[in-house]
Structure formats: structure tokens, C-alpha cells
Design a protein around this ligand. Structure first.
Ligand code: AVJ
Length: 319
């Protein structure tokens, strides 16, 4: 076997590291190529995936309370990290446009095609809004934006996207956002809450297999981009939820002993029967944990909004 000294991309390096670890893992951020983006859209439309509906309910029930709080003396810039299709945000945007607020909408996403679609849909539905798409990673874009922005910034992170991060990484993420905030700026962020464990398991284990396909897209990507020969049918999607820690975890489990060749990494992965690949965490929260994360990051919770079941909360943070 040829030894690897240099990888052509972070994807190659992370894949190599993850499949050489014990136990094996892959990083969930790599699920989101074009196909992964589409599968996630389907997940958001599934009845079991309550998160989207809850956040939509919050936005509809509290539109004016939320959107009016965004405004500053010289207007504001609304910066959304990981904007996706912007379906939920449009509820607020429609109201902000109607009230004639002086603002720009700046969706940030790693995927240019997601941004292009969002921009053209906004041009059609809300042509009066100034939209400045920002392609790039969250941190680099935030840094750039705080250098150029002088008026109030409102930073949106919806969908409980923070749940993919271990607490330590979530604190780093929040600290990073905080460092780009000034005293008048706001962070508005969604956190999925602890609830009946069965409800959570069902959201990540739908009977139609959409979540399974989403999880297995990691293997498809390795096949497509690194020339590998993963047989998707010989892995099963497995979800666990620990109600004590609030951590939902996704795995792919090898049903048989098998070898998978990954030519671009000059490497063959061996799987024992029932060996696991850990692929994703989806952390669930309660007020105490969010309070603790905020405190560790130097932020404070100003207020929060919730759905009528209390399944999901959007917190407003200040520096
Ligand atoms: C986009 C990270 C919020 O963890 O709930 C959905 C991704 N994974 N179904 C989540 C996901 C499986 C989702 N986030």
C-alpha cells in the first residue's frame, strides 16, 4: 500500500482519518452535496420530522414580536447562517417587507447552487427586498461581514443546526459568532428540545427510508468522488437516542464482513460483521443546557419563543 502524505481535499483527509479510527466515523457535514441537499429538503417535508413544523409555527405565531425586535436605529442587516431554501425565513421577510423596514437579507451558505435558487425565488416572491448572498464558510463570512457592517446585525441560525456539534464545538461556534457581534447585535438561534424519546427516534428513523438514504449519501459520495465500491445495501441505518444526555446518534452498520476499496485514498477499509460507522449527532437541549452554553460563550439569553407543545425553542442572545 502506498502511504499517503498529502490529501487533495479536506474530504479525502477526513474520510481517511474516520475510516482508520476505532470505532469508525464519518463527518455529517459531508452529507450535503447536491443529492444530500435534496434529501434534506425531503426530510423537512416528512411528517415525522417535527422540527421544521415547530419552527414554522413559532414564526407564524410570533411574526411581529420576532421581526420588530430585529430593527435598529439605522435599520439592520439580517444574516442567516445555513439558509437552505429559506422557507421559514420568508415568513419574517414578508412581514419585514410589508412594514417597509430598512434592511438587507444576507443568506450565507457553503453551496452556491442553494444560494442561487434562494435568490431567484426571492426575486420572484419578494422583489422589494435587497438580497446579498454570501458563499462561504460561516466563520470567514462572519469575519468579513463584521469588518464591513456598521449598523445592527441580526444573525439567524435556524433548524437546530447547532445540534450537529458536540457541546465543546458548539461553544467554539458561539464564541466565534460572539466575536463578530457588537453590543446592539442579536443572535437568533433554534434549539430542538428534549422530549418523548420515541418522538425523537421516529424523526430520525422514518419508515420510507429517506433518512436512511440521507445517511448513506456519505457512502455514495465516497463512491462517486473517491472511486470506492461501498455496497449501500450491505449497511443498515441505525439511530439511538440517550434521554440522559439528549444526544441522538446516527450510525451505518455493516451487515456482513466486507472489504471496501477506496482507490483515491490508496486504502481498503475492512469491516467486521456488525461493525459501525458513526455518522451524525443531533443534540437535544433544555433551558439549563442552553443557559450553560451561552454562559461558556460569553452570551446571555434575552428571551425565547416556543411552539405550543414546547418541542422546539428559538432563543435570542446578546453579547
Ligand atoms: C440539519 C442538522 C438540523 O440533525 O436534525 C435530519 C440533519 N439528520 N435528519 C438534524 C438531519 C437526519 C438535521 N440538522
Amino acid at each position: 500500500m502506498k502511504s499517503i502524505t498529502k490529501f487533495d481535499s479536506a474530504f479525502e483527509e477526513d474520510t481517511y482519518k474516520g475510516l482508520n479510527s476505532h470505532p469508525k466515523y464519518l463527518l455529517s457535514k459531508y452529507i450535503y452535496d447536491n443529492h444530500g441537499d435534496k434529501l434534506f429538503q425531503k426530510i423537512m417535508d416528512m411528517p415525522e420530522y417535527y422540527l421544521t413544523e415547530c419552527e414554522t409555527e413559532i414564526f407564524k405565531a410570533h411574526t411581529s414580536a420576532i421581526a420588530d425586535s430585529f430593527n435598529g436605529p439605522e435599520g439592520f442587516d439580517l444574516i442567516e447562517l445555513g439558509a437552505g431554501d429559506g422557507k421559514k425565513t420568508k415568513i419574517l421577510l414578508r412581514y419585514l417587507a410589508k412594514k417597509n423596514y430598512d434592511f438587507t437579507y444576507q443568506p450565507v451558505d457553503i453551496s452556491q447552487s442553494v444560494l442561487d435558487e434562494l435568490q431567484s425565488s426571492l426575486l420572484e416572491e419578494l422583489p422589494e427586498i435587497t438580497v446579498k448572498t454570501q458563499q462561504g464558510t460561516y466563520f470567514k463570512t462572519l469575519e468579513r461581514l463584521s469588518d464591513y457592517n456598521t449598523r445592527k446585525k441580526v444573525i439567524l441560525v435556524l433548524g437546530s443546526n447547532i445540534g450537529n456539534l458536540l457541546h465543546k464545538d458548539a461553544i467554539d461556534f458561539l464564541k466565534n459568532i460572539k466575536s463578530s457581534m457588537s453590543a446592539e447585535d442579536m443572535l437568533f438561534m433554534g434549539f430542538d428540545q428534549k422530549k418523548d424519546p420515541q418522538k425523537i427516534l421516529d424523526a430520525y428513523n422514518d419508515p420510507t427510508g429517506i433518512t436512511e438514504a440521507f445517511n448513506k449519501n456519505l457512502l455514495s459520495r465516497i463512491n462517486k468522488e473517491l472511486g470506492a465500491n461501498f455496497d449501500l445495501d450491505s449497511f443498515l441505518h441505525w439511530e439511538t437516542y440517550n434521554p440522559e444526555t439528549g444526544t441522538a446518534k446516527s450510525f451505518l452498520v455493516s451487515k456482513t464482513e466486507q472489504e471496501v476499496k477506496i482507490p483515491k485514498l490508496y486504502f481498503t477499509a475492512h469491516f467486521k460483521p456488525w461493525e459501525t460507522i458513526h455518522t451524525e449527532i443531533s443534540q437535544k437541549y433544555d433551558d439549563e443546557v442552553v443557559q450553560w452554553l451561552a454562559g461558556e460563550s460569553g452570551l446571555r439569553i434575552e428571551t425565547f419563543f416556543t411552539d405550543k407543545e414546547g418541542y422546539y425553542k428559538n432563543y435570542v442572545f446578546r453579547k
